[in-house]
Design a protein around this ligand. Structure first.
Ligand code: NAD
Length: 392
């Protein structure tokens, strides 16, 4: 079971940039960070509209003097305080991630940033170098990677339960944007606007989630990829609302990744199937407590979260917050990640390299790879779906 006894002397003093009133993802961050008493929300620059941001901060219980109009003001003022913030979460449109992350690191803060981390791999690397220089961490909010059954899947691959991995089939294909809803939805409008969203829409917005699960569970390295992308709502071009990516991994495994916002009628359909020489596993985010385990020639097994037959020594399994049979879900997955971020930030601040070395969480490397996926898919798709080398 999840250990709710805090090992921190004090909760981490935490702020948010973005994630203001009515935003899509702000509440998920606050809910996750505040769930276990590991973070305390003491400041914020929540909104592009300064007044709305301030009102919102005050309604969240933040002191008026720490409800800031801009992130720059917040970082400057908080640095002057003895009880200033130690970490910040960035939940703003993609185009701002680089500059806000950079400013946060320069202000000596640990950072939790939304995906995709940056527009280019070069920017992401620059952030990594700055974080290393400042002895600070960047975590990236791949929120699905906190589900216990994803950690079970990773452990099964590691222990060879599937045999050698041959095929990975991943997708995140919802139907919510099958029409031009951006006309009345600012949160979608920026996603289909290159200046705000970056070089991709669905690849960066949801493909990076599916890709991260693939990386995390299989630990395979992509050698080359081929991407076809298109915009069924024409006004979204040059960005895509649908993309198909073929992957070749080092060692011979192959895979496909489908990212789509026009899969009419679908809710999320984020699923990943990993096929080994002797067995396959499959997971859907709409049924996160179950993992299908299919051994060739044997009846289907559905593994259930929290059960004694799961691997017990993996930290993911111990993230269960309630006994099996209850429906744990999305918010718990996020809280599991925030709990890991708190431990990592704390270990880093204490100079506890040993504790830190054993810790798993989606960090800056995961952010770099998500950005690389976007970059390489564009390179491939915009050259007639050519195969491109992944790492150069
Ligand atoms: P949104 O448009 O719904 O909200 C953005 C918020 O940021 C608004 O409150 C806006 O006022 C504020 N904002 C914008 N620029 C700002 C600035 N310079 N300073 C302070 N506040 C600013 O967007 P969203 O859907 O919440 O997405 C935000 C980020 O989160 C994006 O990068 C997106 O890709 C990511 N996201 C991640 C997940 C996930 O599962 N991890 C889910 C949804 C969105």
């Amino acid at each position: 079971m999840f250990n709710e006894e805090s090992h921190l002397k004090q909760p981490i003093r935490w702020a948010m940039v973005g994630g203001g009133r009515g935003s899509q993802i702000g509440y998920s961050h606050r809910n996750a960070a505040l769930r276990d008493g590991l973070f305390t929300l003491v400041a914020g620059a929540f909104d592009l509209d300064a007044q709305r941001g301030r009102d919102f901060a005050i309604n969240l219980g933040i002191d008026e003097s720490r409800s800031y109009a801009t992130y720059k003001e917040m970082f400057t003022q908080e640095k002057k305080r003895e009880d200033g913030i130690q970490a910040v979460s960035i939940a703003t449109p993609n185009c701002t991630h680089f500059e806000i992350c950079k400013a946060a690191l320069e202000a000596e803060l640990h950072v939790i940033c939304e995906k995709p981390l940056t527009f280019t791999v070069q920017e992401a690397r620059e952030l990594k170098a700055l974080a290393d220089d400042k002895n600070k961490l960047i975590a990236v909010m791949y929120g699905y990677s906190g589900f216990p059954m994803i950690h079970q899947a990773r452990e099964m691959v590691r222990r060879g339960d599937l045999g050698d991995i041959r095929v990975v089939n991943a997708q995140f294909a919802h139907g919510f944007h099958n029409e031009e809803y951006e006309k009345n939805d600012p949160s979608l409008k920026w996603r289909v606007t290159p200046e705000a969203s970056g070089p991709t829409y669905v690849i960066g917005d949801i493909g990076t989630h599916a890709y991260f699960l693939c990386e995390m569970i299989t630990e395979l390295e992509v050698e080359s990829l081929c991407c076809m992308r298109q915009s069924f709502i024409e006004s979204r071009a040059p960005l895509e609302d649908n993309a198909h990516i073929m992957l070749k991994f080092k060692g011979g495994a192959v895979g496909t990744l489908w990212a789509s916002a026009i899969n009419a009628g679908s809710m999320h359909q984020q699923k990943i199937r990993i096929i080994g020489a002797k067995a396959s596993i499959e997971w859907w985010d709409e049924f996160p407590n179950q993992l299908r385990y299919e051994v060739q020639g044997e009846p289907l097994r559905i593994l259930e979260r929290g059960m004694g037959y799961l691997y017990q020594d993996d930290a993911g399994v111990s993230c269960n917050r309630v006994g099996s049979g209850h429906a744990e879900g999305y918010f718990e997955s996020w809280a599991n990640l925030y709990a890991r971020f708190a431990s990592a930030f704390n270990a880093m601040d204490q100079g506890n390299q040993k504790a830190f070395a054993d810790m798993w969480f989606p960090g800056v490397e995961a952010g770099i790879e998500g950005t690389r996926l976007c970059e390489k898919c564009v390179e491939s798709a915009d050259n007639g779906a050519q195969w491109v080398n992944y790492k150069n």
